[in-house]
Design a protein around this ligand. Structure first.
Ligand SMILES: Cc1cc2nc3c(=O)[nH]c(=O)nc-3n(C[C@H](O)[C@H](O)[C@H](O)COP(=O)(O)OP(=O)(O)OC[C@H]3O[C@@H](n4cnc5c(N)ncnc54)[C@H](O)[C@@H]3O)c2cc1C
Length: 483
């Protein structure tokens, strides 16, 4: 098989029967027709179609090492600097399509799977079968162009005690039984974005396990189809209200559902397991395999696209109402430009300083990517703040498409025109600004940027611990001692 088209993505989805609880209803399939999902699913279909467009197919695909057919570039194992550039360009094409608003396009998890499979020998330490399983799974995902989501953290019940101690150990997803051909999982995980329309669920290690005997049932990594019996999702209230694109320009295209994941005695066959009962292995899952580096390469490319979008938007906004010449407005625009150039510099440095890891994979430098992933969760919070400040009351003078074409049309033209735009044009622009900085969709975006990679506070702790500060400490110590 090869890189999918949008139709192939939708056809597969129509065969899938995931169990999704949403607004009091229980779906067992039919995701592509449900109002909460049909628009975002169409957007995902557009991404798959881009893989076949004349303009993008050379960047978005490469020849499969097994079939020779074109497969998605995010599966490409980078060996040369050109491979890394190709990967980044492919990430960018998809990120640009959603202005960086889609966090869970397939390339995010594909990047992880590529790195994990390259480090198959690392998995084989525990059991040679695990090495073989991850390699085979990656090839399957690549050849079938599967869309994967993942779920990592235990439910948020009482963070004062370890996941293993929640409700007497009866809450977080854990192995409750092992049989001749697999394990049985019971309990829950907190969240999985895009779960209702993904093909596969990757249930990977999360919070640092302590390696005590109690951790054993919570130490695992496996992948299962989205409609595995016993697996069910509880979706949050959708932020796509099925309103016209004019009125909700982002939510009507890019609303990725987030779901709680329940495992009701889900059977996972051994061939779908990559680690079992080994806390130490689980703790090194991302760092020892370079998986986190390749995921961050995708993430920083996406957030660069998002920052470019915000810069374009603020430019249109300030031109429209003639405020660009004021100094504090320029200061705000400069802040967005600085963020953009910082991200671009991080990406460039990560690629320029890439090195081959112990598994022969050309891996971007971690230091700049790590800096980027620690900065952006906070930097992004400023963008909606800036847009609200500069848009001011204009963000409330935002009638709907039906008003623009209805009885209020003449008033809108007369009173909502701007320095550079007609009334209708200005309302259209301001609805986009509104959906970026005020709507429920925009708040979820801000929360997503803050948390999706982990709690920034604990990430900062890990960052400080892992960063080699010794040369700098020694330098200052030497200065102190210089007579
Ligand atoms: C929109 C969105 C989408 C997401 N999508 C996914 C997904 O697809 N898959 C997935 O696996 N996860 C997903 N996540 C979850 C994400 O990984 C977590 O939000 C993140 O790891 C933080 O964990 P938490 O939400 O459980 O917060 P908590 O750990 O409950 O933290 C809540 C607050 O308490 C503080 N706190 C708690 N414990 C400690 C501690 N030990 N030390 C210091 N401070 C502490 C935190 O700093 C924070 O302020 C998503 C999150 C969001 C918001």
């Amino acid at each position: 098989m090869a890189a999918r088209t949008g139709k192939e993505f939708l056809d597969r989805l129509s065969q899938s029967r995931p169990t999704v609880h949403i607004q009091g209803e229980t779906l067992t399939g039919g995701i592509q027709e449900h109002p909460a999902f049909r628009n975002v699913v169409q957007t995902y279909a557009e991404l798959y179609d881009l893989q076949h467009s004349e303009e993008h197919k050379d960047v978005l695909t490469y020849a499969s090492p097994t079939s020779g057919e074109p497969v998605g570039t995010s599966f490409l194992t980078p060996r040369t600097p050109d491979d890394l550039v190709k990967r980044r360009k492919a990430f960018k094409v998809w990120a640009d399509h959603s202005n960086g608003m889609l966090g869970r396009t397939g390339d995010y998890m594909n990047s992880s799977l590529m790195a994990l499979a390259s480090a198959a020998d690392w998995f084989a330490q525990a059991n040679p079968a695990f090495g073989e399983n991850i390699r085979r799974y990656y090839e399957k995902a690549r050849e079938e162009d599967l869309l994967c989501t993942h779920t990592l953290i235990p439910p948020q019940v009482n963070r004062a005690v370890a996941g293993t101690q929640q409700a007497g150990g009866k809450l977080a997803a854990r192995i409750v039984k092992e049989d001749d051909n697999g394990v049985v999982i019971r309990g829950a995980r907190m969240l999985a974005t895009i779960a209702p329309f993904a093909d596969e669920m990757l249930v990977f290690p999360s919070t640092v396990l302590r390696g005590t005997p109690e951790d054993k049932p919570y130490s695992y990594a496996f992948a299962i189809p989205n409609d595995t019996p016993g697996l069910r999702y509880i979706a949050r209230e959708p932020l796509d209200y099925d309103r016209p694109r004019h009125d909700h320009p982002l939510a009507s295209r890019f609303e990725e559902s987030d779901c709680v994941v329940v495992f009701d005695d889900v059977h996972v066959p051994f061939e779908r397991c990559f680690a079992l009962g080994d806390a130490e292995l689980c703790n090194g899952f991302y760092s020892q395999t370079s998986s986190v580096v390749h995921m961050t390469h995708q993430v920083v490319t996406r957030t660069t696209a998002k920052t470019e979008y915000v810069l374009g938007l603020v430019t249109l906004l300030t031109e429209a109402i003639g405020i660009e010449q004021f100094q504090h407005v320029q200061e705000d625009i400069a802040e967005i430009i600085t963020t953009l150039e910082t991200l671009r510099a991080f990406l460039r440095a990560a690629e320029a300083d890439a090195a081959v890891n112990e598994y022969g994979v050309l891996t971007p430098a971690w230091a700049p990517l790590n800096a980027a992933r620690n900065l952006y969760p906070k930097l992004y919070q400023r963008f909606p703040q800036i847009l609200r400040k500069l848009g001011a009351s204009g963000l409330m003078a935002t009638p709907t498409e039906l008003d623009i074409t209805g009885p209020a049309a003449a008033d809108i033209e007369a009173y909502l025109q701007s320095a550079t735009l007609t009334g209708a044009e200005r309302v259209k622009l301001f609805r986009l600004v509104w959906d970026t900085c005020i709507s429920a969709f925009s708040s979820r975006q801000a929360l997503y940027e803050y948390y999706f990679f982990g709690d920034p506070v604990r990430m900062a702790g890990a960052y400080v611990k892992s960063y080699d500060r010794e040369p700098h400490r020694a330098k200052v110590q030497a200065f102190l001692e210089r007579s």
